[in-house]
Design a protein around this ligand. Sequence first.
Ligand SMILES: Cc1cc2nc3c(=O)[nH]c(=O)nc-3n(C[C@H](O)[C@H](O)[C@H](O)COP(=O)(O)OP(=O)(O)OC[C@H]3O[C@@H](n4cnc5c(N)ncnc54)[C@H](O)[C@@H]3O)c2cc1C
Length: 292
Amino acid sequence: MRVKECFCPSSQEQALALLAELGDALQICAGGTDLLVMLRKGKTEAPFLMDISGLDLSGIREEEDHISIGALATLTDVQESPLLNKEPYRFLQRAAGWVGSPQIRNAATLAGNLCTGIPSADTSTPLLALDARVRLASVRRTREIPLTGFFLAPRKTALEADEMVTEVLLPRFPSGDYRTEFRKVGTRKELFISIFHIASLLEMEGPLVKRARFAMGVMAPVPVRLFRTEELLTGKSLTPALIDEALETMKTEVHPRTSRHASKEYRMMLAENLLHRFLTEPPEGAEGGNLC
Ligand SMILES: Cc1cc2nc3c(=O)[nH]c(=O)nc-3n(C[C@H](O)[C@H](O)[C@H](O)COP(=O)(O)OP(=O)(O)OC[C@H]3O[C@@H](n4cnc5c(N)ncnc54)[C@H](O)[C@@H]3O)c2cc1C
């Protein structure tokens, strides 16, 4: 189906009114790096498009109890934000830096990455580990939901037909000894879609794990948080026996499948090896990146 009309609202009110009127027939276009490919391949249909680039939704700001990332903040904005260039946020910058190429990151938005609803969306795992929330707006209401409740199935999110994401919210964390890691794995070195990605946030208090947050992508139909593994580790010392138990627990929380890119056995091996590495080796710093 051909696109009949493209709207370019200049205010959020106009955008929400269009969504209320046209609902499912209207597709939001932010950076367009995913949507335009999907349209060209005929994998999505939208008689109407709404280019939201004219809305006042860019910027990354520090608020009283959270950091707000506007729906038009690009992945380059995330990579370059001084507010995120500190722990425990640096793994989000690292993940943003591994999406596509510089040209893609200059156009692609963080919110758009989440709204694709695909398990390989690289920023989903650090955002899950950070307990991020998304703010959704419609003419009916504004609501906030945790990211854990946002992903429903591949390419299906909790967004209703008349809603749009206006902000991604990150909680502020108390000062502490944080270690964060992000790794993605693909079939080549640059410009690749993840066949697996993992984000890990550990807050240590001496030898004890004070806080543990893990998330994995492409290990289930949607990106997953490893709540049981986190609970097992919290408040304990990272002994070899506990780490072995954590790896066994992790395996009960993920359900990888075999695709044309990788087998489920290979994905599980990556999950085990990388989680083990994050629990036993010091953080790799800003360069820690991809494997292929
Ligand atoms: C060459 C290439 C390489 C890529 N590499 C990667 C990669 O390595 N890792 C990765 O994760 N992705 C990758 N992508 C996919 C894509 O670039 C990202 O997912 C990007 O972050 C999408 O953001 P966008 O602003 O371009 O979204 P758009 O394409 O504008 O939109 C994507 C979807 O989200 C919806 N949407 C966007 N914004 C909102 C909003 N505010 N409210 C509600 N719905 C909204 C749109 O309607 C659409 O359904 C790649 C794409 C290309 C073309």
